[in-house]
Ligand binder design. Structure first.
Ligand SMILES: Nc1ncnc2c1ncn2[C@@H]1O[C@H](COP(=O)(O)OP(=O)(O)OP(=O)(O)O)[C@@H](O)[C@H]1O
Ligand SMILES: [Mg+2]
Length: 410
C-alpha cells in the first residue's frame, strides 16, 4: 500500500473523539476510501465544537488514533480534522474581472475568485473554505462554470467561510500534543455531506440535519452547492438532561433509557408498554409508561426541528428542497425521529448513514454518528486521488487543478 494513499480522519465531537484510517481509492471522478481502522474514545474536552480542555482532548485523540492504527496495522502522520459550524463565520462576497481574450478561460475564473477572496474576514477569523455560488457573464447570472463562454465582464458571487482562529489553534495544539499534524481543517457538515448525501439530493435541493451531543446543525444544498449552514445548542445531551428531570433518574440511567426505550414519536409507542426506572438514592425502582419517555423526548426534538425549519425559511429555501431532509449524527438514531421529522418539516425525510464511496471495514462505520469522520476520510481521499491524477509534479501545476476541484467540489 502506497504511504501517500493513507488518510487519517479525526472528528472531535462533544461526546466522542472518532479516528478513521483509510486508503484513498478510485480516481479523480469517483474517489473512494477503503476503511482500514476505526477508533473511538468518549470525550468531555470539547464543548460546542471548541476545545475546552487540551489535556483531555489530547488524551482522547491518542486513544482513538492508537486503536484505529492498531486495527489498520499502519500509522499516519497527519489528519483531516473537522470544524464545527459553531466556530465558523459566513460572508458573501463578489468578485469582478474583465475578460481579456475571445472566450473565458480558467485563468479568468481563478482571477475573479481571487478578487472575491481578497477581503477581510473580520477579527480573529481565517479562511477555511470558499464556495462560488454563481458566476455572471455580462450580467447574465446563474452560471456555475463560465469557462468557454464569450463576454467582456466576469463576476462571481462567492461564499467565504472563516474559522475562528483561536478555535482552530486549540484544535491544532491538541492534535500536535497527541503526535500528529492537522493536514487540513474541514467544515463538519461539508464532510458529512460526502458520506451521506447523494449527488441527486444535492442537485435537487435538500437539508442535511446533524443532531450530535451538544449541537444540531442544518446545512442546505441546492444546485449541487452548499448554500447555508446554521447550528443550535440543542441536541442529544439536552434530551438526556430532560429525561433526568422528567423521570428523576441519574444522567447515566437517562442516557441508557434514551438509547434503549427512547422514541421521538409518541404515536409509534404502544400506550400500554411499561418500563422499569432504576432506583435513585431517594427512591426505589418503579414502573413508568414508555409513552411518558417518548412524550418528553418528542417535546424537545419537535422544538429542535422547529428551529431547523425556521432556518430553512430564513435562508429562503422553504418549498425549494424537493429532496427533503436527511437526518444524521448520533441523535438521529432515536426511534421515531423520521416519522416526527415528516410531520414537522412536511417534506420527505430519511436517516442518513455512510454508504457510498467506502469499502473495507464498512460495517464498523455504517451508523449516522460516523457521518462526519467517514466524510473527512472521503474528503481526504478526493484530495489524494486528485493529487495523484495530476501526477504529483510541481506544486503550482497541482494547486491550479486543486483550486479548480475545490470550486467543483463545493
Ligand atoms: N441509539 C441512540 N438513540 C438515541 N440517541 C443516541 C443513540 N446513540 C447515540 N445517541 C446520542 O447521540 C449523541 C451523540 O451524537 P454524535 O456522536 O453525533 O455527537 P458528537 O459528534 O460527539 O457531538 P457534537 O456533534 O454535538 O459535537 C448523544 O447525545 C447520544 O446520546
Ligand atoms: Mg458531531
Amino acid at each position: 500500500m502506497k504511504r501517500e494513499a493513507l488518510i487519517g480522519a479525526l472528528d472531535l465531537g462533544s461526546t466522542k473523539t472518532c479516528a478513521i484510517i483509510a486508503e484513498a481509492r478510485g480516481d479523480g471522478k469517483t474517489p473512494k476510501a477503503r476503511v482500514l481502522g476505526v477508533g473511538m474514545a468518549r470525550s468531555s474536552g470539547v464543548k460546542y465544537g471548541a476545545v475546552r480542555d487540551i489535556e483531555e482532548t489530547t488524551a482522547t485523540i491518542e486513544r482513538a488514533m492508537r486503536d484505529a492504527e492498531r486495527m489498520a496495522g499502519v500509522k499516519v502522520p497527519n489528519v483531516f480534522c473537522g470544524v464545527a459550524a459553531e466556530n465558523t463565520h459566513w460572508q458573501m462576497e463578489t468578485g469582478l474581472a474583465s475578460v481579456t481574450s475571445d472566450e473565458i478561460r480558467r485563468q479568468d475564473t481563478d482571477r475573479v475568485d481571487e478578487v472575491a477572496r481578497a477581503v477581510s474576514l473580520g477579527d480573529g477569523y481565517e479562511l477555511l473554505h470558499s464556495i462560488a455560488q454563481e458566476y455572471k457573464v455580462d450580467s447574465q447570472g446563474g452560471i456555475s462554470d463560465p469557462v468557454g463562454m464569450t463576454g467582456l465582464r466576469l463576476e462571481v458571487e462567492m461564499c467565504l467561510i472563516g474559522v475562528h482562529a483561536q478555535a482552530a489553534q486549540n484544535l491544532g495544539r491538541s492534535v500536535k500534543k497527541a503526535g500528529y499534524t492537522v493536514g487540513e481543517l474541514v467544515l463538519e457538515p461539508l464532510a458529512a455531506s460526502l458520506a451521506v448525501l447523494t449527488s441527486d439530493e444535492k442537485e435537487l435541493g435538500c437539508a442535511l440535519v446533524d443532531m450530535g451531543g451538544d449541537s444540531t446543525t442544518v446545512a442546505i444544498f441546492h444546485d449541487g452547492k452548499l448554500r447555508h449552514v446554521e447550528s443550535v445548542r440543542f441536541a442529544g445531551a439536552r434530551i438526556t438532561s430532560d429525561l433526568v428531570q422528567g423521570l428523576s433518574v441519574t444522567q447515566a440511567d437517562a442516557e441508557r433509557i434514551k438509547e434503549r426505550w427512547g422514541s421521538a414519536y409518541t404515536p409509534a409507542v404502544n400506550p400500554d408498554e411499561m418500563i422499569e426506572l432504576p432506583g435513585t438514592a431517594g427512591q426505589g425502582p418503579r414502573g413508568a409508561k414508555r409513552e411518558l419517555v417518548a412524550h418528553i423526548i418528542q417535546e424537545r426534538v419537535d422544538e429542535v426541528f422547529g428551529l431547523m425549519l425556521g432556518e430553512i425559511e430564513k435562508a429562503g429555501y422553504a418549498g425549494r428542497l424537493p429532496a427533503g431532509v436527511i437526518l444524521t449524527g448520533g441523535g438521529s438514531q432515536l426511534h421515531g425521529i423520521v416519522e416526527l421529522g415528516r410531520e414537522v418539516f412536511a417534506m420527505p425525510v430519511r436517516r442518513g448513514a455512510p454508504e457510498s464511496g467506502i469499502s473495507g471495514l464498512v460495517d464498523s462505520v455504517q451508523a449516522p454518528r460516523y457521518a462526519v469522520p467517514v466524510g473527512l476520510a472521503l474528503y481526504g481521499a478526493r484530495r489524494r486521488v486528485r493529487y495523484d491524477d495530476y501526477g504529483g509534479g510541481s506544486v503550482g501545476r497541482i494547486l491550479g487543478p486543486v483550486k479548480r476541484w475545490l470550486q467543483e467540489f463545493f
